[in-house]
Design a protein around this ligand. Structure first.
Ligand code: CP
Length: 328
């Protein structure tokens, strides 16, 4: 079990800039790049504690938020992060746009970029849509969730939240529970956590765990008790009924009986922390009392989302006069 501490971890980074121009996923990000984002987010978290939560870091930078899929947390926290950094922001939703008239992603993006956009944040139901966007526009692209592929800023905010409780990711035991097959959150967390040396266990019904996923360096079990034994953090995933073409388990009640975390689990594992990317199906992945439990750090994840998105925007942007706009 990993050592617990009171404050953010002490890991330092040996680099001062990201090697990537875009954030499309964490599969190719190095441990140093991930630690740089976390360290930068900690500095921005201090900005968010100030009475005036705004720095001029991205003044003159224009960011478009392209949301082709519904979102609450990711969309609002990107918008807040951009405002906290003094960027100019434009919000786009597929509903009410010319997408409903048949306009393609490429044409939509190129028309928006023609209005002088520097950075594009994109959520899309199709895996690879952010990659495709990098071939259509010159703007820096940030993936805000693409189908079942990756959700890198979600995993980064998850890591930041874990680092508030543990001194190191090396040897940290994290169990990811539920619908792994349809989860971009699981994939990004698997890449980042294994890169940083954590032990990742996946647990869920066989129908919701991809065959041969052990090649990503994770352990698989189909027994919740086994996944929770020695576990530091349990990350429950939402059952994504909207992405499942057919029923992959008999009923939600049966799913909860086998894979849902209950108060009984919290009693039996007195140090266990509970995370969830949201939105939660209360009574399915987590008993309602567990969602509200003092060891459920779900709202801390949401709070950290703003700092992480500020860090990502800051590190990927090339704003004028960036030296004088550093946090702190
Ligand atoms: N965690 C997450 O991506 O939530 P939203 O879909 O509300 O953005």
């Amino acid at each position: 079990m990993a050592e617990t501490i009171d404050t953010a971890d002490t890991a330092t980074t040996s680099i001062s800039a990201l090697e990537h121009r875009h954030l499309l996923g964490l599969a190719t990000y190095s441990a140093e790049e991930i630690q740089l984002i976390l360290q930068t987010a900690r500095e921005f978290r201090e900005v968010l504690e100030r009475p005036i939560k705004r720095v001029p870091t991205l003044r003159g930078v224009t960011v478009v938020n392209l949301f082709f899929e519904p979102s609450t947390r990711t969309r609002i926290s990107f918008e807040l992060a951009e405002k906290r950094l003094s960027a100019d922001t434009v919000n786009f939703s597929a509903s009410g746009s010319s997408v409903s008239k048949g306009e393609t992603l490429k044409d939509t993006a190129q028309n928006i970029e023609a209005m002088k956009i520097d950075m594009a944040v994109i959520r899309h139901k199709s895996p690879g849509a952010p990659h495709w966007l990098t071939r259509c526009v010159d703007a820096v692209v940030i993936n805000a969730g693409d189908g079942a592929h990756e959700h890198p800023t979600q995993a980064l905010l998850d890591l930041l939240t874990m680092s508030e409780h543990f001194s190191s990711f090396k040897g940290l035991n994290v169990s990811i529970l539920g619908d792994i097959t349809h989860s971009r959150v699981a994939r990004s967390n698997i890449f980042a956590l294994t890169t940083l040396g954590a032990n990742v266990t996946l647990c869920g019904p066989k129908t919701l765990i991809p065959y041969d996923i052990e090649h990503l360096g994770v352990r698989v079990t189909h027994r919740l008790d086994e996944a929770l034994e020695g576990c530091d953090v349990a990350m429950a995933l939402r059952i994504q009924l909207e992405r499942q073409g057919s029923s992959l388990f008999p009923s939600l009640r049966e799913y909860h009986d086998h894979f849902g975390i209950t108060l009984d689990h919290m009693v039996r594992h007195p140090d266990l922390l509970i995370m969830h990317p949201g939105p939660v199906n209360r009574g399915v992945e987590l008993a309602s009392e567990v969602v509200d439990h003092e060891r459920a750090i779900i709202l801390n994840q949401v709070t950290n989302g703003v700092a992480i998105r500020m860090a990502v925007l800051y590190l990927l942007a090339e704003p004028p006069g960036e030296e004088e706009s550093r946090p702190g």
